[in-house]
Design a protein around this ligand. Structure first.
Ligand code: PXP
Length: 258
């Protein structure tokens, strides 16, 4: 008899390498944020429906972060999406035994290891793989043994790239948040750090992913990052969706209120 795990695994097809195209992971955390500001009491927005809409728009994977404080994504979302999401699921998570148990049970295609602080507004800074190496190593082995691939969300720092390779990560996800915020010479320097880290990761046999804070302008620029295979984008897309969708939504309400 198929158990819950193998059922969800059966639906999780691996990510495809896209020829001449960067894979787009759409992070739907902030759609869940909108639901959770009303304590999850509304039946909208429907996360699976939103994931399907993102796929219609061209998303190659759906990315979610199940935080310890459950501020947006809930365990029920992980369960539903791991079973029914039409594209591979990328689960961002802190490196804790509780999260490893969840990953093993619901088997996303990928796990992205991220640092997590309760008080932060969003993921601030990358994971210190060098410092946490001996703590993370057994977890990484456990996750990969289940056929789940692993990326580490790190600052563009060569030591962190090397530590990720040693850890056995399949990919690094470079934190682009600082680069997005900077300007002038400091921005150019951060870009060089991103390029060096990407080159080094490729030489060490890892895939290169990037994410955080990317908007349309920075998405255009990030395409020039060497060996870039995947980006994960959330906040700007949810904002753009509001910008392009609010007029129509109000129009529909106006018609109802005749
Ligand atoms: N990648 C990682 C590892 C993240 O933690 C986040 C934010 O949840 C993102 C990408 C997406 O960042 P943003 O929402 O700023 O596009």
């Amino acid at each position: 008899m198929k158990n819950k795990i193998s059922e969800s695994k059966a639906k999780q097809t691996p990510k495809k390498k896209l020829k001449n195209k960067i894979r787009l992971g759409v992070n739907i955390d902030h759609i869940a944020t909108l639901r959770q500001v009303r304590g999850g009491t509304t039946d909208y927005p429907n996360l699976l429906d939103m994931a399907k809409r993102a796929v219609k728009g061209g998303a190659n994977q759906i990315t979610i972060h199940l935080r310890e404080d459950r501020r947006h994504i809930q365990l029920k979302d992980v369960i539903l999406l791991s079973k029914s999401c039409p594209v591979p699921l990328n689960l961002e998570m802190a490196v804790t035994s509780q999260m490893v148990t969840i990953a093993k049970k619901y088997r996303p295609a990928w796990v992205c290891l991220v640092p997590e602080k309760r008080e932060e507004l969003t993921t601030e800074g990358g994971l210190d793989v060098k410092k946490g190496f001996s703590q993370f190593h057994p977890y990484v082995e456990k996750i990969q043994r289940m056929g789940i691939e692993i990326s580490t969300f790190i600052e563009p720092n060569l030591e962190q790239v090397e530590a990720s390779a040693e850890l056995g990560a399949d990919a690094i996800e470079l934190h682009t948040g600082k680069w997005v915020q900077l300007s002038g010479v400091a921005k150019q320097k951060e870009w060089k750090r991103l390029c060096d880290a990407a080159e080094w990761a490729h030489r060490l046999g890892m895939n290169v992913h990037a994410g955080h804070g990317l908007d349309y302008a920075h998405a255009k620029a990030i395409c020039k990052l060497p060996y870039l295979e995947e980006v994960n984008i959330g906040h700007s897309l949810v904002c753009y969706a509001l910008e392009s969708g609010l007029e129509g939504a109000v129009h529909k309400m106006r018609k109802i209120l005749k």
